[in-house]
Design a protein around this ligand. Structure first.
Ligand code: OVM
Length: 400
């Protein structure tokens, strides 16, 4: 086994200026080598596509059960009971994963397609009749998922305003305890109690994803103790991610008017366009794994038990994998991007996210021939998510 020692860096990937503009650090880490030791946190970083892909697909050597954030669950108590999907390895991971992947697979989503297309048309009508200018984050990227996804889960009407802050808190919690995590502190108990209370059978409508998870427990595909935690995964991972994915797509189109014209001409590109936006912006920037044994990657030894930081956003812009990686380009094939991860933990909700994006982008493309920036775009900082706080735009409607 090789014992090459990796280059070291004292950079902080979770510092405000890096979260605001991660590209310079990504470039530096990719250039430094296949593995870089981040001295500030005592972790090894992978920033190239090849090594990120390897770590994601080798679950035997890169486990999730010790947590997929900086915190090591073998030594530190997690802030909530670990996710049965995200923070678990085979064999425990397999039953919850099988249940959710069937529930969220394309055939199971067919009954939602028409409804969601109609909901998108209505939302776009409402936004346009309120005037040409809007904030694309609140009016579109947040409004659409919040209109369709909680209903599809079967969530009751009360307290839905807690969904985004809860997800934001969960994604911050993968990073170090910096000012972003500290700011979430005061609401942690309240938000967690609300989410946990929404995961019971009684709290869920009898025809949504939530009820189907409980039905899977009745069939014996899960235990009844597992069911509420699987519902919790939907509520944790299903809202902020799609909101910021849509925000990324809308920002990409506002700043690339020629690409929006391509989409208007060929609305069937909406699905690929969303994946290209996920590659280009990587709404989920990072996840960690833990080495289960001494393992060699890129000619470097990763010692057993160490945390490995995978830069998904950097892999998605690695010039060794992508031609002109910084270009947002609907003509490229974005498949193979790791914005949804890869391997056994690859985003189980990706078909739901793509359907939401397709519905919203198609409805917009029918009515809007240009999305023009109408003020400075402002970032929302999160330890894991690449997000917009605000995207002021002017929507130019198609002459009808
Ligand atoms: C979960 C989960 C899954 C993916 C991402 C995530 C907060 C959470 O199972 O709770 O981020």
């Amino acid at each position: 086994m090789s014992t090459l020692t990796p280059p070291r860096s004292d950079a902080d990937p979770f510092a405000d200026d890096v979260l605001e503009h991660p590209e310079p650090l990504h470039h530096e880490l990719r250039k430094a080598g296949p593995v870089v030791h981040l001295t500030r946190y005592g972790v090894h970083a992978l920033a190239r596509h090849a090594e990120v892909h390897t770590a994601l697909t080798d679950w035997q050597h890169f486990e999730s059960g010790a947590g997929v954030g900086l915190s090591d669950f073998r030594h530190e108590k997690p802030w909530r009971s670990p996710s049965l999907l995200l923070e678990a390895d085979p064999p425990h991971h397999d039953a919850p994963r099988r249940v959710l992947s069937e529930l969220l697979a394309p055939p199971a989503l067919r009954r939602l397609r028409e409804q969601w297309y109609e909901a998108a048309e209505s939302l776009v009508d409402e936004v346009l009749s309120a005037g040409a200018e809007c904030d694309a984050v609140t009016a579109l990227a947040q409004a659409f998922p919040l209109r369709v996804f909680p209903d599809a889960v079967g969530l009751g009407p009360d307290g839905r305003e807690h969904l985004l802050p809860y997800g934001n808190m969960a994604f911050n919690a993968f990073g170090p305890v910096n000012h972003l995590v500290e700011a979430d502190g005061p609401r942690r108990a309240e938000l967690s109690a609300w989410v946990d209370s929404r995961c019971t059978r009684e709290a869920l409508a009898d025809d949504g994803f939530g009820a189907r998870i409980w039905a899977a427990a009745d069939r014996g595909d899960l235990t009844h103790a597992q069911a509420p935690l699987v519902v919790r995964s939907l509520l944790t991972a299903g809202v902020d991610t799609t909101v910021h994915g849509l925000g990324a797509a809308l920002h990409a189109f506002a700043t690339h008017p020629d690409q929006w014209q391509q989409l208007c001409k060929k609305p069937e590109l909406a699905r690929t366009a969303f994946d290209e936006a996920v590659r280009w912006a990587s709404p989920v920037q990072t996840f960690f794994r833990t080495a289960t044994a001494d393992v060699e990657i890129g000619g470097t030894l990763l010692p057993a038990g160490t945390k490995i930081l995978m830069f998904l956003g950097s892999a998605n812009r690695d010039p060794d994998r992508w031609d002109d990686p910084d270009r947002f380009d609907l003509t490229r094939d974005p498949s193979g991007h790791v914005g949804f991860g890869m391997g056994i933990h690859q985003c189980v909700g990706q078909h739901v996210a793509r359907l939401e994006a397709e519905a919203l982008l198609t409805a917009l493309a029918r009515r809007v021939h240009r999305i023009e920036p109408a003020g400075p775009a402002r970032r929302h900082l999160n330890n894991t998510l690449r997000a917009w706080h605000s995207l002021p735009v002017r929507l130019h409607t198609t002459a009808q």
